[in-house]
Design a protein around this ligand. Structure first.
Ligand SMILES: Nc1ncnc2c1ncn2[C@@H]1O[C@H](COP(=O)(O)OP(=O)(O)O)[C@@H](O)[C@H]1O
Ligand SMILES: [Mg+2]
Length: 309
């Protein structure tokens, strides 16, 4: 097996009293996608910035494409593309001009730069909008252009920091397809996300981080299996009843009147829960069983919900 495309070994970064990344280790085999999953403030961007040589780690080391991020930053930068939540494109230039600019900054000859820009515009469905200023683009178009800009030099390793945050569902699906295409062509991707669904769909492996630490890792399937694959949802007549039930069942209320319990001990979990509710004199209005999602894994591991969900 060849060396992983990305390695982090005990990386740590503090900002004054804030420990943003607290000894995180991870590996991304070549040609695979790692989903770095965590809520706002978990340490995702800091991790990406260290691995892309923007920030210097306080401790630990990292390599990208075989190059040490601290000793060979130039080689690392030549190996990577970086696209993020906030598209780094110039509003007043057209899509084509932005891509040509990036290509020229990367020392591509004029004709080669024009050619590469045209290719990327085509690949990302921006040919029709190519000669319009970016300020007229939708959020999804900007994100695609930003991704295109990150790919001008055909980097073997791509860092995507919350690539779909804030996008509407259709644009998100578009971008997922684009990312899948890149991976299909052999690009290694480290993707950060707050969306379980996104990690589930795109990532071969998932590292869940919370407060700068790894709290779980594995495939989506392994993470779900670890939790238990069935969830019981109790619906109550009032938020007060739900709150009381949550207390009795040692869990938290989700969305007003919904209380969620993971079936860790098979059907015994359901029986026990109903007995406990009965003993407390609370009757659920509705009970449903459903398959566990990565959201459940996330909630259970971090006791929090992803931002905006
Ligand atoms: N430049 C900085 N100065 C001070 N604190 C920072 C800085 N960058 C990040 N942090 C803090 O570090 C923690 C992790 O931030 P970040 O890596 O941006 O998380 P995420 O990308 O997962 O939302 C947060 O508490 C954040 O406020
Ligand atoms: Mg971030």
């Amino acid at each position: 097996m060849s060396a992983p495309a990305i390695v982090a070994d005990g990386m740590r970064k503090t900002f004054k009293s804030v420990v943003a990344v607290d000894h995180i280790s991870l590996e991304v085999p070549k040609g695979t996608v790692l989903g770095l999953l965590g809520v706002n403030g978990a340490g995702k961007t800091t991790m990406v910035r260290m691995l892309t040589t923007v920030l210097r780690p306080d401790a630990g080391r990292g390599t990208v494409n075989g190059f040490d991020v601290q000793r060979r930053p130039q080689d690392v930068r030549r190996s990577i593309g970086l696209a993020g939540q906030f598209a780094a494109v110039d509003e007043n230039l057209t899509g084509r001009e932005n891509l040509v600019l990036v290509a020229r900054l990367n020392h591509l000859a004029k004709t080669v730069a024009a050619q590469r820009a045209a290719e990327l515009l085509e690949q990302f469905g921006l040919t029709d909008a190519a000669d319009r200023p970016v300020r007229t683009y939708s959020g999804g178009m900007r994100r695609r252009l930003d991704l295109g800009a990150a790919l001008v030099t055909h980097p073997p390793v791509l860092f995507l920091d919350e690539p779909t945050t804030g996008l509407d569902p259709a644009s998100r699906l578009d971008l997922w397809a684009v990312i899948e295409g890149l991976v299909h062509d052999g690009t290694t991707v480290l993707l950060t996300t707050q969306y379980l669904e996104e990690a589930d769909r795109l990532a071969d492996n998932i590292v869940v981080i919370d407060k700068g630490r790894v709290v779980a890792e594995g495939t989506a399937k392994q993470l779900k299996a670890r939790l238990g694959d069935t969830v019981i949802e109790f619906e109550f007549a009032s938020p007060a009843a739900a709150a009381q039930a949550a207390e009795v069942l040692s869990t938290t209320v989700e969305a007003g009147t919904l209380v969620r319990v993971v079936m860790r001990e098979g059907s015994a979990t359901l029986r026990n829960a109903l007995n406990q509710l009965d003993a407390a004199g609370i009757t659920p209005a509705h009970v449903a069983l459903r398959e566990a999602t990565l959201d459940d894994v996330f909630l259970t591991l971090t006791n929090r919900t992803p931002e905006g969900e």
